[in-house]
Design a protein around this ligand. Structure first.
Ligand code: HEC
Ligand SMILES: [Cu+2]
Length: 332
């Protein structure tokens, strides 16, 4: 073993909030698993399924058989570790909570990059956890339904103008429209329609109400969340959905030649181009709950990956807020 080339990482995952004792010393006597990374077409991770007991260190030797990949654990804040061909990266992981964790590659190594995932099963006594189902299931939304807005704004709605308009709303109406539950369960178009039908708001123009919608969307997120989402988007989404959100990323529609079919063999769903988030007809008729649902569950064969195992719930909501920002003129 070449000690000079080897880089050593010790990561202690504090998942589930409790405190783990976090020191694991490397030694050559312990069980080591050599984990090979290859492009998904060439087999992805080998082995792809790992098992370890909670609290026990998992010693990994990571190496790549082709290009540079990386290793990251879903739903954790741990930075990704690079895996280079001809090099051994040593990594020790300790999980304090039993469960199933997803590990994945964060480097775009090809059109199927996002399929580069594996699982770590952490055994042990399960701690009771309130398992809430995602909002789209609670609301009974069909996230695969085709939808199109009936009304769209003439001009890009402005958060800044919306803030001023919103300040003139009667307080009770304002509270309803701005509440987190209301925002998450309604599409921008639905909110606009309800405002338009609201007797208290008849003095406002159509555009002013669209501006108010933009303000509501912005007030349900924070600049920090949007900043984090911007980074996550650039890393995980832009390759398909495009940097500008227009669905024109380099891998948009690439799924067809890769699978050799225009329909997914399992679900029969059509494999389609990545959604254009700049298209108001599409996005303004989608609720945040539906967007988050698609993000968590994935497209089930459409080419839209499943992110539920990778992102934390907070990150998915931040990403959702970020997607709508392609529709609105941000406040300066
Ligand atoms: C490998 C390509 C690919 C990547 C990467 C990808 N998507 Fe998608 N996405 C798609 C495709 C294709 C669709 C359209 C089919 C569908 O809705 O299932 C889609 C649809 C969606 C939708 C549904 C939009 C709607 O209203 O119908 C959302 C939301 C979404 N993606 C968000 C994201 C986010 C956020 C990321 C990054 C974390 C991401 N996607 C990464 C391909 C991709
Ligand atoms: Cu990779």
């Amino acid at each position: 073993m070449n000690e000079k080339l080897a880089r050593i990482f010790v990561i202690v995952l504090l998942l589930g909030g409790s405190i783990a004792i976090g020191i694991s010393w490397w030694s050559d006597q312990v069980d080591v698993i050599t984990l090979h990374a290859r492009m998904p077409e060439e087999g992805g991770w080998t082995p792809a399924d790992l098992t370890i007991e909670a609290g026990q260190p998992l010693h990994l030797h990571l190496t790549s058989d082709d290009v540079i990949h990386s290793f990251a654990i879903g739903q954790s804040d741990q930075p990704a570790v690079d895996i280079k061909p001809g090099e051994m990266t040593k990594l020790t992981l300790t999980f304090d909570q039993p469960g199933t964790y997803t590990f994945y590659c964060t480097r775009w190594c090809g059109a199927n990059h996002w399929r580069m995932r594996g699982t770590i099963i952490v055994t042990g006594e399960e701690v009771e956890q309130a398992d809430e189902s995602p909002l789209y299931l609670e609301l009974g939304l069909d996230i695969d339904a085709v939808h199109e807005a009936q009304v769209v704004p003439d001009e890009k709605p402005s958060v800044q103008r919306g803030k001023e308009t919103f300040a003139q709303f009667p307080i009770l109406n304002a509270q309803t429209y701005q509440s987190l539950d209301y925002y998450r369960s309604h599409s921008p178009e639905q909110v606009w329609q309800e405002m338009r039908g609201d007797e208290m708001l008849t003095s406002h123009t159509d555009q002013q109400l669209w501006d108010a919608v933009a303000f509501i969307w912005q007030s349900n997120t924070t600049p920090e969340a949007l900043l984090e989402a911007e980074e996550l988007y650039a890393e995980n989404c832009a390759a398909c959905h495009g940097v500008s959100g227009a669905g024109d990323g380099v891998f948009s529609g690439e799924q067809v030649p890769v699978t050799g079919e225009s329909h997914d063999s399992q679900t029969g769903h059509e494999i389609v181009h990545a959604t254009d988030f700049t298209d108001p007809y599409h996005i303004l008729s989608t609720s945040p709950a539906a967007s988050q649902g698609k993000l968590i569950r994935g497209g089930m064969g459409t080419g839209m990956p499943m992110w539920g195992v990778i992102s934390t719930e907070e990150q998915t909501w931040s990403l959702v807020s970020y997607l709508y920002s392609f529709q609105f003129e941000e406040a300066q």
